[in-house]
Ligand binder design. Structure first.
Ligand code: EPZ
Length: 429
């Protein structure tokens, strides 16, 4: 295990290039197995989740050639298996996308039931409802989800919950179903649009991605394609809020400002100055920051993945702010860790009350998921003194070269082994 050592009271300043989107990459990589031809994906982030996906694909029999730091060529050819490796799949939830892509290619898939994680319960009932509607038979036994379909047939599916994962899985399976599928009440995130563009480049017919209704006319077979992953709006938003929280000025480059409108609006409301250019955004701290309310919603609302960094920003605004987490039950594991640094926060159900303004003090804290880990680093950068953030493997899952990018912005942060980390309890001694 490793930890980050961070020295506080460091305003971040400078420019940072944003990497490709983790949440797009982990959907595009499983989608590649829908064709036997060669696929080329560019602007892939170099993160643990992508490396795990690559291991799963190679284990399935996909031949993969790296064509540069962020470019991969994949030839699924004749896959040898329909069941991704159990050990690898257990490492990351998004591997359940192989249910949709293997079902589309082979009419069969076997994937372990995905684990929960520190965001609260994460059911997959909508995924299973959709697969059943498309004609798949589902058997859950020995911790595995076994899907099979002699033929997938287009259907009208109304998602009870706006779910990114369920929308992705339905798009993958419906792309190969016979006839038309109409998906309603779907997620509208940019990553959904990115997947639709990739599927269409492979010969699919997906229309309406980015709206509430997606229409898919099934395709018999798919061809190879090239595709560049969209920029990571969550990484960009993390740096934008870090700039305002640390009292600095940061330009995030290679972004799509449209994807960041909710974050730009919220930072302006809290008092930061935000300049928007066609492919970059500059955030400048302006004193004093203003306490505000922050509510998370599916896109285009404020993203739940930026709620933890948003909370740190609000601890720097003097007065009472209110956060309402509307997407996940219990996405407040970072609160106890922030309280170790002196943050004054009270959680009641989905609501967190932040009494901001008092400076934080450095302390030993632990990341519980990648976004809370990023938030703790931002808090450590604003705090008096030194902090240690353990369990950084969470952060490595979704932030490409995070400490290098922060160092480039003037942060004092370095990684070291964490002898004190107790493997059993998963907590810092
Ligand atoms: C995706 O997770 C993201 N992961 C998450 O990002 C993100 O937090 C989440 O969407 C919400 O935006 C990836 O894209 C790989 P959901 P996902 O299905 O698809 C409920 C990160 O930090 N639900 O949109 O698992 C669910 O419980 C990660 O990058 C059902 O009830 O989320 C939740 O309350 C963390 N039944 C809500 O929907 C289902 O069948 C939204 O979940 C599916 C979901």
């Amino acid at each position: 295990m490793e930890k980050f050592i961070v020295k506080g009271r460091t305003p971040l300043s400078g420019r940072v290039k944003i990497s490709g989107s983790k949440n797009s990459a982990v959907a595009l990589l499983p989608a590649a197995v829908m064709t036997s031809e060669t696929v080329c994906l560019e602007n892939l982030p170099d993160i643990t989740d992508v490396r795990t996906m690559i291991e799963i694909l190679e284990n399935l029999g996909v031949s993969i050639r790296r064509r540069g730091r962020d470019v991969l060529e994949l030839t699924p050819g004749n896959l040898s298996k329909i069941a991704p490796s159990y050990e690898l799949v257990k490492k990351m939830r998004a591997s359940y996308y192989f249910m949709g892509s293997l079902l589309a290619r082979f009419g069969q898939a076997e994937v372990p039931i995905p684990g929960g994680c520190d965001l609260g319960p994460r059911p997959i009932d909508q995924h299973l409802k959709g697969f059943t509607a498309l004609g798949a038979a589902i058997n859950i036994e020995h911790g595995m989800i076994k899907l099979s379909a002699k033929k997938l047939t287009g259907a009208r599916i109304y998602l009870d919950v706006v779910s990114i994962g369920a929308t992705v899985n339905m798009m993958l399976a419906a792309a190969a179903a016979e006839g038309r599928t109409v998906l309603e009440n779907v997620a509208k995130e940019p990553e959904i649009v990115d997947l639709a563009n990739f599927l269409n480049a492979m010969g699919a017919s997906v229309k309406g991605a980015g709206t509430d209704v997606i229409r898919i006319d099934g395709t018999k077979s798919f061809k190879g394609a090239m595709h560049a992953v969209i920029p990571d709006r969550i990484e960009a938003g993390t740096f934008m809020m870090a700039a305002a929280a640390t009292g600095g000025q940061v330009t995030v480059e290679d972004v799509i400002p449209k994807h960041l409108e909710a974050i730009t609006a919220k930072i302006r409301e809290i008092g930061g100055k935000v300049e928007v250019d066609p492919e970059k955004i500059t955030v400048k701290w302006v004193s004093p920051l203003v306490p505000s309310d922050l509510k998370t919603f599916p896109y285009p609302g404020f993203p739940t993945d930026l709620q933890p960094p948003g909370m740190v920003l609000l601890t720097a605004a003097k007065g009472l702010s209110v956060i309402t987490e509307n997407v996940f039950d219990g996405r407040y594991n970072h609160v106890d860790e922030l309280k170790r640094m002196g943050a004054r926060i009270k959680v009641e159900g989905r609501t967190a009350l932040i009494d901001g303004g008092a400076p934080l003090t450095g302390a030993p804290v632990a990341a519980t998921d990648l976004r809370s880990g990023a938030a703790l680093i931002i808090a450590a950068l604003t705090a008096d003194g030194e902090s240690q953030i353990s369990a950084v493997e969470h952060i490595d899952r979704g932030y490409d070269s995070f400490e290098q990018k922060l160092t480039g912005l003037g942060a004092s942060i370095y990684r070291k082994n964490d002898e004190s980390y107790d493997q059993q309890s998963g907590k810092v001694d």
